[in-house]
Design a protein around this ligand. Sequence first.
Ligand SMILES: [Zn+2]
Length: 342
Amino acid sequence: MSATTARLRVRPDIEVVGDSADQVHLCLVNHTATFVSPAVTRVVRALVEVLRTPTERDDAVRVVSGSTGAEPDFVSYVLDLLDRAQCLYPVSASSGQENREPLGDFWAAQGNDPTASAAELAARRVVLLVPAAFRAGMAELFDVSGLYATLVAPAPGDPLGPAVEAVRAGAAEGAFALCVWGFPYRSRVAREVMEVALASRRPVLFGVCEGLVGRVGPLVVPHATACLMCVNARLLSTSGSAEVIAQAARDLGPAGIPEPRVSHPAFERAVSGFFVVELTQFLRNEPPASIGGFVEYVFGRGEADRRPVQRAPHCVCCRPALPSRFGWDATFRGPVLATETP
Ligand SMILES: [Zn+2]
């Protein structure tokens, strides 16, 4: 934060509590800052009122010094206290923050400049592959979250090729990341997008709701973290052989866009919201929960589990082909001598 040039403003969630001259509480959504002594509380109250509109630091000090009679150096000191107590946020000169809106208020309540946060997300356009049935819901979530995506939304029964090509084209045009919502992890479309991500070295976030289970992740960093096929291999390793055979048959079956899996509509909407939150974390360089694993939600359970996933040793997707080698039980017989021949 530039304390001398940027305009400052009190965070949008601030609530001034207490009318005592000795003590004033500034309650914010996730913490409370308390200031004591009449000399300080008087200046704090005056600064909060002035900084409800974006104001340059020097102007705020001058106005409050004039209205309270306090020395400018003392007002400046109290303003620093407010800043260190995380009560303020910077406002860009070009910001339209005089007109507040929910997402900008959220960034401001974390102490971020809303204009800079919006610009950061706008610069990181992603490609989103989503079934046609979920297109509208996902577009709305992206809109309220300030995310920008090239949407690829094929319908069930559509051929696989054009959808995967659209994702590949988006990656080639410089998409920051790829996202896949609503396709079963064992479907061919999910696998082919995984291969596009590995080839183009783009991170890819998967998420899906299937029946009673919703999953956000894995967020795959190509050739560094477990890929979707690693996840499938780990999940299949605990299932019966019939399911492994069924998966092999599915891999060889007709290539088309599958029907979305059945799920409770509100559950699907809730988990898709967590998917967008997870993507937001990643795009803002905040620690994502789904890197090297996935977060699992179970309908009606009211809590989530994070499940780490290691890379599978012989993953056909993300492990480079190794030279063939002899099996452990290889045997080498010596030459048979003529004298031993019966
Ligand atoms: Zn893998």
